[in-house]
Write a protein that binds this ligand. Sequence first.
Ligand code: ATP
Ligand code: MN
Length: 467
Amino acid sequence: MDHFGRNKIKDLLKSHESFVGNNVIVKGWVRTKRGNKNVAFIALNDGSIIHNIQVVVDVQNFDENILKLVTTGACLKVHGKLVESAGSGQKVEIVAESIEIYGTADAEIYPLQKKGHTMEFLREIAHLRPRTNTFGAVLRIRHAMAFAIHKYFNDNGFYYIHTPVITGSDAEGAGAMFRVTTLDAANPPKKEDGAIDFVQDFFGKPTNLTVSGQLEAELGAMALSLVYTFGPTFRAENSNTPRHLAEFWMIEPEMAFYEITENMDLAEDFLKSLIRYALENCYDDLEFLNEMYDKELIERLKSIVNVDFERLSYTRAVEILEKCGEKFEFPTAWGSDLQAEHERYLVEKHFKKPVILTDYPKDIKAFYMKQNDDGKTVRGMDVLFPRIGEIIGGSQREEVYEKLYSRMKEMGVSEKELWWYLETRKFGTAPHAGFGLGFERLILFVTGMSNIRDVIPFPRTPMNAEF
Ligand code: ATP
Ligand code: MN
């Protein structure tokens, strides 16, 4: 019994030996009620575990007006005895002694009255979808992965650093940004030349929601050696794909004294350890998702944990793609960015395992990536996964002041705005590297769900911010 005076259904189902014969109290939401004139069976779920507990009601002992209110979606407190179940399908059940109704759910209008809704419909009722088996499973796995991420870094000597959500620079290079302002949109103050006068705005300058915590994380790494961020990031691109959100969570470790190889080693070990954690700690939920959505899910997760990721250069990958004879929607040519279809071909068809690509053409990557001696490529690395494509993007960073400065000039990145970033290369610079893992892309992979809107409680996408 916890301090709210209830037994968690998870405890009753998982450790039933120690509860059988006891009086227990459960509180939760009705999933189904069935039965006849004499006996009713209520399946109750409290979110502690995917499985329901069966409550058996001897109808003659209860007020029929109360039992009428026990419908799908209603919230109940049930007091009774835990007994071994006579029926098949469950080991134990509760013989109800009293039922109190916390909240009814009118069967005529409760949207989850019936099973089998489409994912699209469930997105329209994001305020209720956590009560489905699917979203219960996804949300528990999401929690477990967030915990495993903090645990992994803590166990490996990294410090969690909180980087700002509101940023004064719009030159981070990772994507279009959302403006943050308190100016009156209908009537903003203007300068003499007619431009908006941001000096009168809240921060005295234009500000945006961050697209990445990396630049600030680098400042942390130049003092604490091993740091990571884990927070919300925002991209204002109008990309309606199953793999993009306007608001998503990103994990960004940044390591002083790591070069590209150590960066790859860390990314590979990190991903494997997270997937291993899911297999060890979320098995009931994974089994459910495996059964309902993706029959190869558990096998796929197990295979990743045991395989060496393939490592090769971008240049080699383009050669493979050019020679493979596969028809792609977008052509491949050295110098252009790989599309998801190319990434997935390499991973799913050619190598049949995760792939880490390195040494990209400098013109398709950000200004801060370490320049190779060939003058053409930079030490970027992307980790590509089956079904997902890019799950991690990272690089060794350019630590030489002059090289970084001239690359910023070439790419039109304002050295005035990023003066503080440049100063890390002026004072005690060090080789360093890091990467960004998109949290929802990880959850997509671990749950086997097919749309990123279904692995975050309240997805933010173009034209969608209802809940
Ligand atoms: P993509 O090419 O897939 O659009 P990107 O190269 O723009 O991604 P990065 O800037 O490298 O992305 O961000 C690091 C990681 O953050 C990506 O590898 C991916 O896992 C995740 N990510 C990037 N953009 C999004 C988004 N809009 N929604 C969800 N996750 C994202
Ligand atoms: Mn990337």
